[in-house]
Design a protein around this ligand. Structure first.
Ligand SMILES: CC(C)(COP(=O)(O)OP(=O)(O)OC[C@H]1O[C@@H](n2cnc3c(N)ncnc32)[C@H](O)[C@@H]1OP(=O)(O)O)[C@@H](O)C(=O)NCCC(=O)NCCS
Length: 136
């Protein structure tokens, strides 16, 4: 059975493979370094001995928790792994005092939406707005 634990740098290549297999955007080492300086305990993997079976990343801004980049390798799906990853992340966010978690799902990701709804994450009507911050 897979063990849920905090990410270690020697997981990186296997984690990027899980993201690629799931069609998720890969987070670069440089971006990850910045994230891990803030809250390394919120980046979790499902360790399947010689493989990484799943991954999830959380953040907490002091008011809301956010979940990003949840992915399970296709060979390990429908075994409750994503549910366990999210449950562990929720426990860790709860321990930090986080009262609510938000996340984003692409509107055409039916499986993803069904998964999140199975855990009680309900769609809300807000629309994501975004702007890159470039150096002047
Ligand atoms: C979504 C994803 C993370 C689910 O991982 P998983 O480990 O297979 O999920 P679980 O086994 O914990 O599923 C729990 C429940 O979610 C629902 N669910 C999960 N995958 C589903 C699917 N493909 N279709 C419909 N419902 C699904 C079911 O209710 C399932 O319970 P059941 O297996 O008893 O029916 C995985 O399919 C994945 O990596 N997808 C590609 C990346 C992605 O979409 N990530 C989410 C982005 S927001």
């Amino acid at each position: 059975m897979s063990r849920i634990r905090q990410f270690r740098w020697d997981d990186y290549d296997l984690v990027t493979d899980v993201w690629r297999q799931a069609g998720a955007e890969v987070i670069t080492r440089a971006e990850l370094e910045a994230k891990l300086e803030r809250d390394p305990e919120l980046f979790l993997v499902a360790d399947a001995e010689d493989a990484i079976a799943g991954v999830v990343m959380g953040t907490y801004d002091g008011r809301r928790g956010w979940i990003f980049r949840l992915a399970v390798h296709p060979a390990y799906r429908r075994q409750g792994l994503a549910t366990r990853l999210v449950a562990e992340l929720e426990d860790r966010l709860r321990a930090l005092g986080c009262p609510r978690i938000n996340l984003l799902v692409l509107p055409d990701n039916d499986a993803g939406l069904r998964f999140w709804q199975s855990l009680g994450y309900l769609p809300c009507p807000d629309v994501l707005c975004t702007k890159p911050l470039t150096t002047p």
